[in-house]
Design a protein around this ligand. Structure first.
Ligand code: GLU
Length: 462
């Protein structure tokens, strides 16, 4: 059974990169009828916050990425890690290290001067557990290091990058716990991946240096091999690592702005993966079917917000009107006699994101709209001509039923010197905007009385 996991540290918002890790892990598990697990890596007590954890849960749920376990917290698994630490100390695969900060600084400086990698040389490697315990009784506070096998190649076959080989002399005796009650990331991660039965770890390339450490730990603990896949960086348009420069990297911001979950998932899936065909619109179900780890690119992928806007527009236009209206409601005002569903229908083609409707719908509400007189003018019409055109519209509107507005307007426009010269001043009188829904749509929504009021005002202005 294939089992993957997403293991965020709740030290901040869920970012685009984290979401991609979660999505790819989810897709890979689901397409293999496997399980996707969530795990909260909150061993950093100072920086981990329950609020961030809640945001991660909420965002994933909203994006339809569901997990198959109880999402354990590492902070609640202290006893488990302690047992493993004790076992490692007894078996000699880990040891207490009493080096002081000064000693370590001095060692690092010396190695650097000798042009050697600043890898700790393991002064207490062979000190022995008995001696160490005595020293602790005397009041010393050691850390716990992994006893790294000497001069051995650690190889793993990354599903995306192929074979990666690192010699243990470049790893060294790294610290696995500050003490028995304070294990560190590499250890807790290795233990949990094994205990949770994780078969495949998919994560960002920044973790490549951790992988040999975790493989060595799995081995020392007697656990099975795990298969790894490291995703390349997500880059901004400037080809540098994605950062705030490109707008936000926090997933919640995109949700709040009104990017639809389906569009976000579709967009994220293409950050590093593509099906190798022309197909660009993918539902989650289709992704589960077509996603392929083998097709993930080794090079960085570019975060292009224009593409997200484009995709989101497509999803908005294809959405059921009732559902879309429901989504838009938080951004719309309420006014008696105004049917917000009609506003959504009139504006949906212009929306890049749901929140856009807030600005775009303003002119439907309230009695008046405000604009400069000049905006009423179509091309080089004179004031008199504009006025005449508006009066013509007024007379028409006073005398017709509001059923076939569009047809009536066109018929009337054809009688006037130019269609634009009839439609433009009327549309501006109704909306006060350079760009807006068409006059028939607006009048249908705001009704006869309000329409006439606005037209009269325009006649006065001109
Ligand atoms: N807690 C780690 C992080 O948020 C997870 C690393 C991993 O996937 O192993 O970066």
């Amino acid at each position: 059974m294939i089992r993957t996991r997403f293991a965020p540290s709740p030290t901040g918002a869920l970012h685009i990169g984290g979401l991609r890790t979660a999505l790819f892990s989810y897709l890979f598990a689901k397409q293999n009828n496997g399980e996707f697990f969530l795990r909260i890596e909150d061993t950093d007590k100072a920086r981990s916050k329950k609020e961030w954890e809640a945001v991660i849960f909420e965002n994933l749920k909203e994006l339809n990425i569901s997990w198959d376990n109880e999402a354990p917290r590492q902070s609640e698994r202290g006893e488990i890690y302690k047992k493993y630490l004790q076992k490692m100390l007894e078996e000699g695969t880990a040891y207490y290290c009493f080096c002081t900060k000064e000693e370590l600084d001095e060692e690092r400086d010396r190695l650097m001067k000798e042009e050697r990698a600043p890898i700790h040389q393991g002064k207490y490697r062979d000190f022995g557990l008995k001696n160490a315990l005595k020293k602790i009784e005397e009041g010393n506070h050691p850390v716990i290091r992994f006893k790294c096998p000497l001069n051995r190649d650690v190889c793993f076959n990354d599903l995306i990058r192929g074979e990666i080989k690192i010699n243990t002399s470049d790893v060294g005796d790294f610290i696995i716990a500050k003490d028995l009650d304070n294990p560190l990331y590499n250890l807790t991660c290795a233990i949990d991946d094994a205990e949770m039965g994780i078969t495949h770890v998919i994560r960002g390339e920044e973790h490549i240096p951790n992988t040999p450490k975790q493989i060595l730990l799995e081995e020392a603990l007697g656990f099975n091999n795990i298969i790894f896949a490291h995703l390349s960086l997500i880059l901004g348009k400037d080809k540098k690592k994605l950062s705030k420069r490109e707008g936000s990297t926090a997933v919640s911001i995109y949700l709040e702005e009104g990017y639809l979950p389906e569009a976000i998932i579709n967009f994220i899936a293409f950050l590093g993966w593509n099906p190798g065909t022309e197909k660009e619109i993918y539902s989650m179900e289709e992704l589960i079917k077509d996603f392929s780890i083998k097709k993930i690119s080794k090079s960085g992928s570019i975060f292009n917000i224009d593409k997200l806007d484009w995709l989101n527009g497509i999803y908005i236009r294809n959405m059921d009107l009732d559902k879309l209206t429901l989504r838009c409601l938080p951004f719309l005002k309420e006014e008696e006699g105004i049917d917000n569903k009609k506003i959504v229908l009139a504006l949906k083609d212009r929306l890049k994101k749901i929140k856009d409707i807030k600005e775009l719908s303003n002119y439907f509400y309230g009695e008046e709209v405000f604009y400069e007189k000049e905006l009423l003018r179509w091309k080089d019409m004179s004031d008199e001509e504009v006025k005449k055109s508006l009066l013509q519209a007024k007379t028409l509107i006073e005398n017709i039923e509001f059923n076939n507005l569009q047809e009536e307007l066109i018929k009337e426009a054809k009688k006037s010197p130019s269609i634009g010269g009839f439609m433009w001043p009327l549309r501006v009188a109704l909306s006060g905007q350079k760009a807006s829904a068409g006059p028939a749509e607006i009048m249908d929504i705001i009704g006869k009385e309000k329409s006439l009021k606005r037209i009269n005002k325009a006649i006065n202005i001109i």
